[in-house]
Design a protein around this ligand. Structure first.
Ligand code: ADP
Length: 239
């Protein structure tokens, strides 16, 4: 008799999980709009009246805009979490290596601002939900940029190698690195190794990467050397 009870329980869990994700989606969506006003109007006041107001007011405006931007980043992350609930099966299509490489290269802009360079080797054709795979690269390359070492030029290499029915992607950076005891923990939701003052973040990015990769039947892991750099690996089914 234990089995039906267990099934029932699993079904209830699944339903409440779905409700929670729907809530996260609605809440983050509804928060996004008013926040946009806060950020854009504080920027507008700053542009129009900078220097004409008390220096206190300039300073306070800066706090408002900064807090607004941090909140926007958090909300975008929450939207990501709630969007990835859909199974990709229906959306999985062959994505050509050329298109994939172009999508990765288009992430170069913040990298150039940080004075870094990125080498994207030949990319393979994979069976994926293209939007989700791009999210994986956005999050991993975004981290490579964020966790760079200020004293060395940032270098990112994106490559892929075939292993039987899988393509193994590698994103290597020359950043601050990660101690081996944290290799697994960093993929947990909200898990961060830094204080908010050192690096801004929510601890959501890698949890999303893991979720998307596993939805595609692949796996993700990291190998790293503190003060040398990190390489994030993930697998995707070959066509
Ligand atoms: P966030 O960057 O918002 O903190 P993530 O889930 O993307 O959240 O990453 C979790 C933690 O893993 C980060 O706080 C950071 O400590 C570590 N991390 C992720 N990517 C890198 C990287 N390329 N180099 C060094 N540390 C990293």
């Amino acid at each position: 008799e234990a089995e039906p009870a267990l099934k029932n329980y699993a079904e209830r869990l699944r339903m409440s999980n779905e409700k929670l994700q729907r809530f996260a989606y609605v809440a983050s969506h509804d928060l996004h709009e008013p926040l946009r006003s806060i950020v854009s109007f504080s920027q507008l006041i700053d542009r129009r009246y900078r220097g004409k107001l008390d220096s206190d007011v300039d300073e306070f405006l800066g706090y408002i805009a900064g807090a607004g931007r941090r909140m926007q980043a958090l909300i975008l992350d929450l939207l990501q979490v709630s969007r990835t609930r859909w199974a990709p099966d229906r959306l999985c299509r062959p994505m050509s290596g050329g298109i994939l490489a172009d999508a990765i290269r288009s992430l170069k802009e913040p990298l150039a601002e940080a004075g870094g360079t990125m080498v994207v080797e030949a990319m393979p054709t994979v069976m994926v939900d293209a939007a989700q795979l791009e999210q994986v690269f956005t999050n991993l390359i975004g981290n490579a940029i964020k966790y760079r070492r200020p004293e060395v030029p940032l270098m990112i290499t994106v490559s892929a190698g075939r292993h039987e029915d899988w393509w193994e992607f590698a994103i290597a950076d020359s950043g601050i690195g990660i101690e081996s005891e944290y290799y697994e923990l960093i993929f947990e939701m909200f898990r961060r190794l830094h204080t908010q003052n050192e690096y801004e973040g929510t601890g959501i990015g890698l949890a999303i990467v893991k979720k998307i990769v596993e939805r595609h039947g692949g796996r993700v892991w990291v190998e790293s050397m503190p003060n040398r750099g990190s390489t994030f690996f993930f697998t995707m089914p070959a066509v």
